[in-house]
Design a protein around this ligand. Structure first.
Ligand code: SF4
Length: 357
């Protein structure tokens, strides 16, 4: 018996083609789409406006799968972390970071990560594979199930209001699937999260930045973490391949002709490594040189088991922020969330091989 086909792997256009290929009319695809992505329905039998024969056909040959929840933890600050498992038993983590009346779901795009950033817990877990389209979309659907946000609420009323593509993995190394997944997540006849409420973060795969942003229309964040190549290469091996200059040129290209495009630079402060006053000044000169419109997200380091870095002390972080702010860049210091359950930035990991790096 052949395996059932996963419908959440298909874009809207692919779903239409699929239905036409099995002898159905195109408008059935739209109805099916709304059941899956507007109502969150998983059981074909409940899709009451589809004819019984079609429901049976769908049930026989297709499936709508959610990643399986293996564990769930809720932090003292209400940050919610899930360990999710796919059909082949591979796992990723997902996090919901609630604010007062809204919040962001941080989703993963790969199992493990090949980038090996030295400060990142995920990076200490080897790359296993790219996530499929349905596995990326399915994460957000699990969060929606948990917060009972079906049928799709409006932008104003939903709690799961934002998505950050900042979990495990480098999204630009799984670009084809990420583009399709973001198109599904933003489709207004389904889940309907607006593109301006989605931020995708890259470790700096410079040659793909412009294409990725043009094809997704979401907001760009770059994990910069250093003002020069010498420091960056020490903590981010990918910098040996794509130097800061290349990243800055790609960022400038992306912003060309569109003043609404702001870039967020993520900057993790590591004690004695990248947190000096000189480092902050160098950062300002760098952005001014390439005329980048940006804001900084200063992240106090969240230690994880086996790491050798230490967080910068509060005064250093504040002084760093002040220099950037004085130069005209917003540079808020991010409040770490979910630290007690290892859900904070750079702490995600789905395998228990706590080797030292
Ligand atoms: S910071 Fe991002 S790109 Fe770097 S190792 Fe971690 S998950 Fe990969």
């Amino acid at each position: 018996m052949s395996e059932k086909k996963e419908l959440t792997d298909l874009t809207k256009e692919e779903l239409e083609t699929e239905l036409i290929n099995i002898g159905e009319k195109k408008f059935r695809a739209k109805q099916l789409w709304q059941w899956i992505y507007f109502r969150g329905e998983k059981d074909f039998n409940n899709m009451s406006n589809l004819p019984l024969t079609l429901r049976q056909k769908l049930d026989e040959h297709y499936t709508i799968t959610r990643p399986k929840i293996i564990t769930e933890q809720i932090s003292v600050d209400k940050t919610h972390k899930w360990l999710l498992e796919f059909n082949d038993k591979e796992r990723v983590e997902m996090v919901y970071i609630p604010e007062k009346d809204r919040g962001a779901v941080c989703i993963s795009t790969q199992v493990g990560c090949a980038m090996g950033c030295k400060f990142c817990h995920t990076g200490s877990q080897n790359f296993t594979r790219n996530l499929k389209v349905g596995e990326i979309v399915g994460q957000f659907m699990v969060a929606r199930d948990a917060y009972h946000e079906w049928p799709s609420p409006t932008d104003e009323t939903r709690y799961l209001s934002n998505i950050v593509v900042m979990g495990m993995g480098e999204p630009l190394n799984n670009l084809e699937n990420v583009i399709k997944a973001l198109n599904i997540l933003t489709d207004c006849e389904g889940i309907g999260i607006s593109r301006r409420r989605i931020t995708m973060s890259t470790s700096g795969i410079a040659p793909r930045i412009v294409e990725a942003m043009q094809k997704t229309g979401v907001r760009l964040a770059v994990s910069l973490h250093a003002p020069n190549d010498a420091i960056r290469s020490k903590i981010m091996p990918i910098n040996d391949k794509f130097h800061i200059e290349e990243i800055m040129k790609a960022c400038a290209e992306y912003q060309k002709g569109d003043h609404s495009r702001y870039i967020t630079f993520e900057y993790l402060l590591l004690k004695g490594i990248n947190d000096s006053i000189e480092n902050a000044k160098e950062l300002v000169s760098l952005l001014k040189k390439y005329k980048i419109r940006a804001l900084f997200n200063l992240i106090p380091f969240n230690p994880w088991p086996g790491c050798s870095f230490k967080p910068s002390d509060r005064k250093t972080v504040e002084a760093f922020s002040e220099i950037l702010e004085k130069a005209g860049f917003a540079a808020p210091i991010r409040v770490a969330r979910g630290q007690d359950i290892l859900a904070a930035c750079g702490q995600l990991k789905s395998k228990n091989d706590n080797r030292k790096i």
